[in-house]
Design a protein around this ligand. Sequence first.
Ligand SMILES: Nc1nc2c(ncn2[C@@H]2O[C@H](COP(=O)(O)OP(=O)(O)OP(=O)(O)O)[C@@H](O)[C@H]2O)c(=O)[nH]1
Length: 364
Amino acid sequence: MTSGSQSQQRGGGRHRGQPGSVRQQAEDPAHGLRRSGKSSIQKVVFHKMSPNETLFLESTNKIYKDDISSSSFVNFQIWDFPGQVDFFDPTFDYEMIFRGTGALIFVIDAQDDYVEALGRLHLTVSRAYRVNPEINFEVFIHKVDGLSDDHKIETQRDIHQRANDDLADASLEKLHLSFYLTSIYDHSIFEAFSKVVQKLIPQLPTLENLLNIFISNSGIEKAFLFDVVSKIYIATDSSPVDMQSYELCCDMIDVVIDVSCIYGLREDGSGSAYDKESMAIIKLNNTTVLYLKEVTKFLALVCILREESFERKGLIDYNFHCFRKAIHEVFEVGVSTQRPAGSQAVGSPCTKVVALNGTPRNTV
Ligand SMILES: Nc1nc2c(ncn2[C@@H]2O[C@H](COP(=O)(O)OP(=O)(O)OP(=O)(O)O)[C@@H](O)[C@H]2O)c(=O)[nH]1
């Protein structure tokens, strides 16, 4: 298995009549050694597969491209490169793949001997960097559920050190690697993916700013803007994220979607489990309130606040209304500055495209 994946972003597509459904587009080719967990990550994050089911996944034996575009704000194309494929084979056009890539995720199995994986990481990132220095290089130190806390930190330090030493030896100090400890058995994989995706969203500072204004005027403690299908948070306010809050909000999305699937669809099964009407309030027994509301076809705002702040629900609802409108405007403005469809070179997935904020951006 090859460990690692590349994700790419292009300007989002426009969906007329659905101002909130403008999406970021990304491609995410995964590389890494055999059985490092690439397909599992993809299935768990984007296809709601339960982690235990991944035990039965067969090894990928050809390049597999998965388009998440129809269901998610993040219009990912994930490319899973089987571990046994030598993608530096001269017949394999890696330049084409890397030229427009936004991010490359390299998955290392932390439960295995990672010396070979480090060699492969170095080869992959150095080649990719020479083709496109704009790529964000992300290293998932994966399967850390099997390690003790001390062992996790030691493994991360060791991988970090060796990978950067290899880069320094090759005079590639400018190539920056980001490291994440991940597992499909907890929320760490969603958190890591959230951070990777956030780097690809040009409007992130605006979104954070809007969230800051919203929470400070509404007495809210923490707010996340979630891609509902993947439970990736595409933005949050600037207060630090603690894993428990994030997990609580992820669980709320699951509850809302599950209840809606059971009781919210029409009798003939038509309708959608998540739509304009979607909203939920859950009061916990520790004076905490969870508040979820639909923002766009793909995005939901999930907030955590204290019971006493929730007494001003009218104010929160009004502020939310303003926030929702602003989010729609952010994406509307971005889209109106995009090139007209069809202006990209035919057959070239790596053409320069205009991102949602109107800035030209290379994507892979
Ligand atoms: N303990 C643990 N096992 C994991 C994790 N992620 C994946 N696995 C297991 O690792 C094995 C290999 O996973 P795959 O997703 O098939 O690996 P891959 O990288 O796609 O492998 P190739 O298709 O051969 O390239 C499976 O048995 C998974 O259940 C994890 O976070 N923790």
